[in-house]
Write a new protein. Structure first.
Length: 459
């Protein structure tokens, strides 16, 4: 309901220097005037937009709740394009909550998660992809992630999607014209132009889809699973990479029973390191579940580090693990070289490539630097080039782009085969409407609800 006035605590709960209660809607300024007394005696209604005013928040009984600074941002020059009021009070749990209760008692409604941003979208200040970038900024964990989200908020992705959409509209217009004026038979030339245009759209969409491979890593980090037989030194490796004793290390095989997840920042890219339970056949119920989780972790990982024990030749379990990761990007840590090398490293080199093998001893501190720099290399010079400012980082966008790609691909093929243009037009429209779901031009209420429910309250 856009005619309501919403309110929320915009700052994180807990003790802090400042806490902010925010309102948006037609009643926001009226509600403020009922609870705020400026020190200098001006009327709240007459306060200038976007200036800071000092005063007190006061209950109906006349009791002062807190000192506060307030800012009024009159419509349409605000985050939501509605009248927005911010009350900055002391950041204790109690004052913030009391002020919140007070504005609710004066007629504001508690905002839903993301409702301020949703209003900015509904009122047309930003499009949906930009609104989604706001949550990515809030949840970003590295500078690269932040950069990508800011680019998206600035409208880089929306611009490109908009450009493709207007390309599609002009294709549709061409087709419509030729249907409306059948006496001008659609010319060879027009058909050819349409075909070229379809191929161009196809390749633009394709490069957006391809950017997701990096985009996902920029946003969520490089999922890296450390796997191997029990007791080969997986947890030891995790600890060394994190430079802290995070996981328990013992010489008892089966020490790690559940997934341990930690973050590492390498050159601005987030590495999500996952230590797993050693994989072996077991009757122990807890360990069995751990092994299942390990398999799931492998599935989800962008990179798998397989730890092997160099002091022994490849065991059947090692072989089945290597089998399990055959369709993944793999690095092999041949650990425990301090105990002698029985492992056929030559064979592994042949199978996985020179660059994929690192001989190491976590215990003696040998090879860990090499492993780390190989991960760095993979992130920075491998298939990752994190400078694309139109990067797709959101899986919803990627799925829609894939669908749009399929439609335009069908259209291009039909045009080539001489299928009547009015039939081709169906696919072109489909492509257009899928792209429109990214920017929100063609969005439905329930999808919108789901998107904004991922936000925090107060944003
Ligand atoms: N000699 C030697 N011992 C090592 C090395 N790396 C780890 N270890 C020892 O190997 C044992 C097992 O290490 P963990 O890191 O717990 O092995 P894990 O693979 O996590 O084992 P699970 O959790 O049981 O699957 C410990 O006693 C470590 O100190 C190494 O490079 N050389
Ligand atoms: Mg372990």
């Amino acid at each position: 309901m856009l005619d309501s006035t919403i309110a929320a605590i915009a700052t994180a709960p807990g003790e802090a220097g400042i806490g902010i209660v925010r309102m948006s809607g037609d009643k926001a300024i009226g509600i403020l005037s009922g609870i705020f007394k400026p020190k200098r005696g001006n009327k709240v209604e007459e306060l200038e937009s976007k200036t800071v005013t000092y005063g007190h928040i006061i209950e109906d009984t006349g009791r002062i709740i807190d000192e506060a600074l307030v800012i009024i941002m009159r419509k349409p020059f605000s985050y939501t394009t509605e009248d927005v009021v911010e009350v900055h009070c002391h950041g204790g749990i109690v004052p913030v909550r009391r002020i919140m209760e007070l504005v609710l008692s004066k007629g504001a409604l508690l905002a839903e998660p993301g409702e301020f941003t949703k209003r900015a979208f509904i009122n047309g200040r930003i499009d949906l992809a930009q609104a989604e970038a706001v949550i990515d900024i809030i949840t970003s964990k590295t500078e690269t992630g932040l950069n990508a989200a800011v680019n998206q908020l600035e409208g880089q992705l929306s611009k490109e999607v908009g450009r493709i959409m207007s390309e599609l509209v002009s294709m549709i217009a061409h087709i419509e014209a030729s249907i409306d004026f059948p006496e001008h038979d659609i010319e060879e030339l027009t058909l050819e132009r349409l075909h070229t245009a379809a191929l161009e759209v196809e390749s633009s969409i394709e490069s957006l889809v391809e950017s997701f491979e990096e985009g996902k890593i920029v946003r969520d980090g490089l999922g890296t699973a450390i796997v191997g037989r029990p007791n080969v030194g997986k947890s030891s490796l995790l600890n060394v990479l994190l430079r802290e004793n995070r996981a328990i290390v013992t010489d008892v095989p089966g020490t790690t029973r559940d997934i341990i997840e930690e973050y590492l920042n390498i050159a601005g890219i987030l590495i999500r390191l996952v230590d797993t339970a050693g994989i072996r056949e077991t009757d122990d119920i807890v360990e069995k579940i751990g092994v299942e989780r390990t398999k799931a972790a492998i599935n989800e990982a962008d990179l798998v580090i397989v730890v092997l024990d160099s002091a022994n030749s490849l065991q059947p379990e090692d072989r089945s693990i290597l089998e399990m990761v055959s369709n993944k990007k793999v690095m092999i840590a041949a650990n425990k070289i301090d105990l002698g090398v029985q492992l056929d490293i030559g064979e592994l080199r042949q199978r996985f490539g020179e660059d994929a093998i690192v001989e190491m001893s976590v215990k003696k501190g040998i090879g860990t630097d090499t492993l780390e720099s190989k991960i760095k290399e993979l992130v920075l010079h491998g298939q990752l080039s994190i400078h694309n400012n139109r990067m797709v980082t959101n899986i919803r966008h990627k799925d829609l782009l894939v669908k749009a790609y399929e439609s335009i691909n069908r259209a291009a093929e039909s045009l080539e085969q001489g299928v009547p243009v009015d039939l081709v037009s169906v696919d072109i429209r489909e492509c257009w409407s899928k792209l429109g779901l990214i920017t929100g031009d063609t969005i439905e209420e329930d999808i919108m609800k789901e998107i904004f429910s991922k936000f925090c309250i107060g944003k």
